[in-house]
Design a protein around this ligand. Structure first.
Ligand SMILES: C[S@@+](CC[C@H](N)C(=O)[O-])C[C@H]1O[C@@H](n2cnc3c(N)ncnc32)[C@H](O)[C@@H]1O
Length: 213
């Protein structure tokens, strides 16, 4: 969803950090070869993920929803020395594509790929996280936050993508629209949970920044 006039979007891009060449290549190849390339975070949101990660300098990152690996590589840019990013995707057909770009990056020894259902895999990762990015199937967002709150270090940050869902969170919801219903529940859960401090940023399709107290 575009919240800003096109000219403002262009101005912001022209005055923000540039997309690294490897990510530009990954972006192009995703658009050429992979279904639903709009799922990829893209240049602007990618630079936001990168700078947030660099500010935090996490030792451990969890990503739910790898897709072709774009956001994973952006988040990895901020990893502390010897830090590790754990990224999960249910679609096994994406594994080789992700692997190719992870191996070509500076973070090839700092990214662990998992293939399968995030709800099964998260409990198996015996780590505490400084940063998490939730960007998978929307109906399971409430389940994901319940699974990861206890796995976050104090002061840890959880980012959640698509929380405005193309503006559908502010219009009447169809009874069969599972994703919007789940996101309405999720956004309420985050703001009402006393263990968390949350702001929604009107970036792209809505990006929530949550700090675990
Ligand atoms: C929006 S895409 C992720 C985009 C990626 N984070 C980026 O910005 O480049 C969502 C991904 O979540 C994955 N996914 C959907 N349901 C899942 C589940 N139950 N467990 C793990 N991954 C899932 C999909 O296969 C898809 O690749």
């Amino acid at each position: 969803m575009h919240f800003l006039p096109e000219a403002i979007d262009q101005y912001i891009l022209a005055h923000s950090a540039k997309e690294p060449e490897l990510l530009a290549k990954l972006n192009r190849e995703t658009n050429q070869k992979i279904l639903q390339p709009r799922m990829l975070s893209g240049n602007y949101q990618g630079r936001i993920l990168s700078i947030i990660s660099k500010i935090i300098a996490p030792k451990s990152i969890l990503e739910i929803g790898t897709y072709t690996g774009y956001s994973a590589l952006c988040l990895a840019e901020g990893l502390a020395a010897n830090g590790m990013l754990h990224t999960i995707d249910i679609n096994e057909e994406l594994y080789d594509f992700q692997q190719k770009y992870f191996q070509a990056s500076d973070y090839k020894n700092q990214i662990k790929q998992y293939t399968g259902d995030a709800q099964k895999i998260i409990p198996e990762i015996k780590e505490k996280f400084d940063l998490a990015f939730i960007d998978a199937d929307k109906p399971n967002y409430p389940a994901y936050i319940n699974l990861i709150i206890g796995k976050m270090n104090p002061g840890g940050v959880i980012l959640s993508d698509n929380v405005l869902w193309n503006g559908k969170v502010t219009t009447p919801v169809a009874s069969d629209d599972e994703s919007t219903q789940a996101l309405l529940k999720y956004n309420r859960m985050l703001v009402e949970d006393e263990r968390l401090e949350t702001v929604i940023l009107p970036i792209r399709d809505g990006l929530t920044l949550t700090r675990v107290k």
